[in-house]
Design a protein around this ligand. Sequence first.
Ligand SMILES: *Cc1c(COP(=O)(O)O)cnc(C)c1O
Length: 356
Amino acid sequence: MTHILEADISVELTKNSKLKDIDFNNLPFGKVFSDHMLLCQYKDGAWNAPKVVPYQPITLDPSAKIFHYGQSIFEGMKAYKDKDSNVFLFRPLENWKRFNISSKRLAIPEIPEAYFMEGLKALLKADKDWIPTAPGSALYIRPFVFASGNGFHASPSDEYLFIIATAPSGAYFSGKVTVAIEEKYSRSANGGVGYAKAGGNYAGQFYPTQLAIEKGYNQVVWTDDTSHEYIEEAGAMNIFVRINDTLITAPTSDRILDGITRKSLIEIAKAEGIEVDVRKLKVSELVEAAKNGSLKEMFGSGTAAVISPISGFGYQGTDYELPELETSYAKILKTRITDIQYNRTEDPFGWRVKIQ
Ligand SMILES: *Cc1c(COP(=O)(O)O)cnc(C)c1O
């Protein structure tokens, strides 16, 4: 069975709500979890119906394949509340599609659309009061699936758990972000899993990022694995560079995550009359632009921070600073996209999905 209605999803509500203990004016990112989670098991060749249960630990056998072979993928999305407490998602089917694109690459069975969407709606109904209302805050949603089957044999698991957990999160203030352009390590490679939100991709980023932090930067800008000559992503975000008045971002590929924020910003920018150039960008071009003053902005894009402006970068031992602009593209685009997400403006693109 792959069709299910929200009304048919079993819901076991918690008897011990943590809601009253949470300081909604002081929410760290992704550290406080809502009362419930969606739980769905794959067994005997099929997904069982998802159910909403109290948020709880899960027990796994030490031989569970997730521990040994890293067969796991995830998504990141948000639920937004408007001033009248209506709840919205932003392009959620894009997350479902990408969830399955990632799963397929890791030989994980795909999730039917109704399990993902109706399951998520049932979860959001149970935890509606966990969706924060303070400006810039939202309920961060983390769908993930991993190999829960047992055995040391290096082969795909025969059992999986699909879970959606949520975390109310405050506005994301990153402060001044400086980045190191990576000259040695790679996040992903041709033919690899860079386009999937596979857990291991992030583990592989931690060490090079630690090295960059030790040198005084906040984050790494990933370059292509073959030549390290081209700009690809900023940490776990897509990257945009503004040279003169043109916004440049790398084309997606095997190695680059097809970000929903990225592709939405491209459309919004075009609608704003901003010239957008989706093309490969050489580090040497970036350095040249920084030297001659035509480099105006750099920023990362992703669901969590939306847009994270970069104030400077380091490359081959030299640091380059970016100008501070009064009216940046980053500011304009962040306002436009969040206005759509929080139902503050019309949504000419049809991206907003009302939930309750
Ligand atoms: C999730 C992610 C992004 C951003 O994707 P969004 O859909 O915009 O949240 C960009 N790059 C990487 C590597 C990611 O994991």
